[in-house]
Design a protein around this ligand. Structure first.
Ligand code: HEC
Ligand code: HEC
Ligand code: HEC
Length: 129
């Protein structure tokens, strides 16, 4: 009789532990999904007097595989480039020259798929002004 009670208690404890682990796993999965917030698929970046710069964000993620080629210079948050420029932590055109144009030129030189390198191919004036 005593053995049965102890066995029942042990099984009960194992079940509780297993449920706790299962619970933890769901939380972990949710965290992973949250951590992989890839941001907007396409965006328009502020380009000053030259006009806005349409930027295919997810195409770059898929082609380059590494978030940090860009995000080492600015955080994964909307408007972070303009915020850092306003704080004087990024120079005007720094991202453009040190990242966008630099990489596109390097890829072009290497004969690989690349993006635009001329002003008007990146900067676009809005149709309505
Ligand atoms: C080729 C450059 C580049 C790469 C690579 C890149 N990003 Fe971004 N990302 C940007 C730019 C530019 C912005 C806009 C920043 C701004 O608004 O000032 C941005 C903004 C974001 C934002 C905030 C905007 C939003 O829509 O929520 C998130 C989140 C983000 N990126 C996640 C990622 C993740 C995750 C990866 C890797 C899988 C990645 N990015 C790779 C350039 C890049
Ligand atoms: C590959 C795309 C690309 C090309 C090519 C490009 N730009 Fe840009 N430009 C950007 C991006 C992205 C920004 C915003 C980020 C930054 O300021 O670094 C920007 C910002 C700017 C700004 C505004 C800076 C500010 O903060 O006021 C000016 C002006 C500008 N570019 C002029 C030019 C001129 C002139 C050329 C051609 C010689 C050129 N751009 C070519 C992408 C590009
Ligand atoms: C580390 C390299 C790298 C950086 C940094 C980078 N690009 Fe690109 N970009 C590429 C490559 C590679 C392609 C070609 C992608 C493809 O076709 O799969 C591309 C393509 C593009 C295209 C053309 C997309 C199309 O549909 O034809 C645009 C526009 C562009 N990039 C803008 C930008 C802007 C703006 C920035 C800076 C905010 C930037 N890129 C930063 C590598 C880079």
């Amino acid at each position: 009789m005593k053995v049965r009670v102890i066995t029942a208690i042990i099984i009960g404890m194992i079940l509780v532990a297993a449920m706790a682990v299962a619970e933890q796993n769901t939380v972990a999965e949710q965290n992973t999904v949250a951590e992989q917030n890839k941001g907007a698929k396409d965006m328009e970046l502020f380009g000053g007097t030259k006009g806005i710069v349409p930027f295919p964000h997810h195409t770059h993620q898929e082609t380059l595989k590494d978030c940090n080629v860009c995000h080492e210079a600015f955080p994964q948050a909307p408007g972070s480039i303009e915020k850092l420029k306003a704080e004087g932590k990024l120079k005007k055109k720094q991202v453009m020259n040190k990242q966008c144009v630099k990489c596109h030129k390097e890829k072009k030189k290497a004969g690989e798929k690349t993006g635009p390198t001329s002003c008007s191919k990146c900067h676009q004036k809005k149709a309505d002004g």
